[in-house]
Design a protein around this ligand. Sequence first.
Ligand code: PAF
Length: 253
Amino acid sequence: MSDLLVFTSITEFRAYRAKLKGSVGVVLTMGALHAGHASLIVRSAGENDVTVVTIYVNPTQFDNPEDLKKYPRTWEADLALAKKSGAQAVLAPSYEEIYPDQYRYKLTENVFSTKLCGAHRPGHYDGVLTIVMKLFQITQADQSYFGEKDFQQLQLIKDMANTFFLKTKVNACPTLRETSGLAMSSRNVRLTDAGKEKAPAIFQALTKSSTAVVAHKKLTDAGIEVEYLEEHFNRRFVAAFIDGVRLIDNVEI
Ligand code: PAF
């Protein structure tokens, strides 16, 4: 296994990128990597000559400062998992480097980003689309890999890549789940033991209910606070809070 190169400087990363031959795949993350991220890295490593993982907890996509503060940070374990899954390089820039404009410039989508998570997290998708555009520009990747757990994010990024004629292809990858059905997420580590027992009810309700209203009631009855439970494009989407941790999921219906 070759050594993992770790870049915190965008300038140094770009010099490295300029010398790369062959195809480059990128997996964009906010760290706290888990098996779901590993599956994206493994797929990229199988389909590209070089795989780059970015690790950046992006403040502009957090509408709640407490949520940003509590976001798990597991740097050493992240590097080990990225390497083991087949990445050659990690890019982890500082705020000062990635936002030289202090976020004066941003990217906004005005329709789908106002629904679902966007309706409850003001500015969230502006932050996501802006950072993804920056990271696509810096990495100049041929391919990128995103999980379907964040289905709305994936759809918005796909549309953005098409709209702006970006060279980076956006690939959708299936959600990885615990055996209980709970969708893998960096936020799961913040659940208490009691919360972990409750959380699989989310997937159960999504998949085993005749309507969204029934699914909503099942979760409320289980003591889970539902932010939204809606159906769009033949999918059922949910955001819910357990132990104050916001979890999202979606399934095809
Ligand atoms: O899905 C995530 O982890 C983040 O939203 C992303 C795409 C890395 C942008 O910060």
